[in-house]
Design a protein around this ligand. Structure first.
Ligand code: ADP
Ligand code: ADP
Ligand code: ZN
Length: 217
């Protein structure tokens, strides 16, 4: 049983590693980015409000995001462990998470931090493709589907995220350094950060994650 966070800059490989980790450890994968994209495509009130921020590469306000995660963590599939991907992204969110966990009587086992150079992120983000149906992630150079533009897993047509353009990427990197990087210091003080080298190949990064997380599925 594991209760984990995965952190890293936009494009660092959080979603890619999260999907491998969730299968290996059989835990719930909670991606706030995926939840917002789902809300946008369903045109829910949260989706309509979040869209403006996401399209501009800004963070969705804490109040909305915190409420979304609080609801999600109460779901029964989180009882056997979870991996939060893309949350918390601000100190206020980290503090709110601490409070939620305290109420639930549980603690985090670790915070996986995928370390990358900013230089590779633009390429990773602009080359990212994803499956709108099963959410499998691809890359036009580093993780090509067998047939161009088609999901290997379910056959759906791959899409490019609306916010994956060079203009928003600059904002997202700035937001990451100003607002999200301090969250790492917050967890460093709790001595639970697990650094991994995100510059290696996808499978090598995953090997490092597994070695550092250890057994105890
Ligand atoms: P994040 O969730 O952190 O934004 P993703 O997991 O979506 O990042 O990865 C961003 C893009 O980079 C995707 O297209 C993915 O296939 C690719 N990618 C992920 N990890 C690596 C890696 N270690 N090396 C090369 N490309 C990667
Ligand atoms: P990336 O893969 O680039 O790291 P995500 O898919 O995690 O991006 O998130 C996409 C967008 O959704 C973010 O740029 C932000 O606007 C919004 N978002 C996701 N998680 C959060 C959060 N915890 N707080 C505020 N906004 C968020
Ligand atoms: Zn698919």
């Amino acid at each position: 049983m594991k209760r984990l966070l995965i952190m890293g800059a936009p494009g660092a490989g959080k979603g890619t590693q999260a999907s491998l980790i969730k299968n290996e450890y059989n835990i719930a994968h909670i991606s706030t980015g995926d939840m917002f994209r789902e809300a946008i495509s369903n045109k829910t009130p949260v989706g309509l409000e979040a869209k403006v921020y996401i399209d501009n590469g800004q963070l969705v306000p804490d109040e909305i995001t915190i409420r979304l995660v609080e609801e999600r963590l109460k779901a029964s599939d989180c009882k056997g462990g979870f991996l939060l991907d893309g949350y918390p992204r601000t100190i206020a969110q980290a503090q709110a998470l601490d409070l939620m966990l305290k109420k639930l009587g549980i603690k985090l086992d670790g915070v996986i931090n995928i370390k990358t150079d900013d230089l590779v992120l633009i390429d990773r983000i602009t080359g990212r493709r994803s499956c709108p149906v099963c959410k499998e992630g691809y890359h036009i150079k580093s993780k090509k589907p067998t047939v161009e533009g088609v999901c290997d897993v379910c056959g759906a047509t791959l899409i490019q995220r609306a916010d994956d353009n060079e203009e928003t990427v600059k904002n997202r990197l700035e937001v990451y350094h100003n607002q999200t990087a301090p969250v790492l210091d917050y967890y460093s003080k709790q001595n639970i950060v697990i650094d991994v080298d995100g510059m290696k190949d996808i499978s090598d990064v995953f090997e490092e994650v597994k070695v550092k997380l250890g057994g105890n599925k």
